[in-house]
Design a protein around this ligand. Sequence first.
Ligand SMILES: NC(=O)c1ccc[n+]([C@@H]2O[C@H](COP(=O)([O-])OP(=O)(O)OC[C@H]3O[C@@H](n4cnc5c(N)ncnc54)[C@H](OP(=O)(O)O)[C@@H]3O)[C@@H](O)[C@H]2O)c1
Length: 275
Amino acid sequence: MTFKDKYGPTALVAGASEGMGAAYAFALAARGLDLVLIGRRNQLLERTANQITEQFGVKVLPVCCDLSDADVVKQINDAIGDLPVDFLVYNAASSYIGPYLATGLATHQGIATVNMLTPLSILHYFGGKMVERRRGGIVLMSSIASFQGSGYLATYAATKAFSRVLAEGLWYEWGPLGVDVIACCAGATATPNYLQTKPGKASLLEPKPQLPELVAEECLNRIATSPSFVSGTGNKLVAFLMQYLFSRKRAITTMGNGMQKMYGIKDDGTLYPFK
Ligand SMILES: NC(=O)c1ccc[n+]([C@@H]2O[C@H](COP(=O)([O-])OP(=O)(O)OC[C@H]3O[C@@H](n4cnc5c(N)ncnc54)[C@H](OP(=O)(O)O)[C@@H]3O)[C@@H](O)[C@H]2O)c1
């Protein structure tokens, strides 16, 4: 049975104008699925949509909206009408790198909205419809940052733990009802978003950033085989080390020290409290 026969003809990718989200969109179009693509930058979104239509001849509907809006499910619904969503990738994420107190509470709450609250709404609605139809597939983008706390990335890492654990719970509930759910725990991936943070090297053993296309492809091939997975061989080794060989204290310290090194963060507490 083909991927399209198994899951259905239409996929929605939330956060699809570039990078990893666009890679999922191309990979799903290559499997013959029509697409609904979501992002805030309309021009970029339309360019991605046009490239996909030209290359694969599938229908692509770009929907320009902000996944931090409280009524985003209604906005998506208004745009797609009664089109059923058979496959869903929640890719978009918001993040902040730096000392927790060196930015306002609104930044942390904004990250929680895009990375946790909106996925809950989208899953409740579109996932609920899939369960009713007893057919569908769902990918939640997580990260290897989900396996331990990370200083200077504390809120983002915590939201990625939320995505992974949520996907794993729904894998158990919804798998027997015909809906496959998987969390994709990526490591550093060479997307425009990641590269614009200008990351340095945390250690000589750090895996090279993966190409987004490889992450998307591995994920779409892994869905239905496990509740969550770590993408790429190097990241699998790092995740194994951090989870099973290092003590909790050592894993967390390694992450925090790595972040300080990668981003040249010198934290002596003089920035606090944030005003
Ligand atoms: N890149 C990495 O190194 C890495 C590592 C581990 C995990 N991940 C995970 O992989 C996923 C992709 O991350 P990425 O940073 O590489 O991003 P990306 O897929 O390259 O870009 C993010 C996409 O989401 C859209 N987006 C972001 N916020 C949005 C919002 N509020 N409303 C609507 N669309 C929004 C962006 O488009 P607009 O700006 O046009 O809205 C863009 O198309 C995330 O879940 C991330 O946690 C990434």
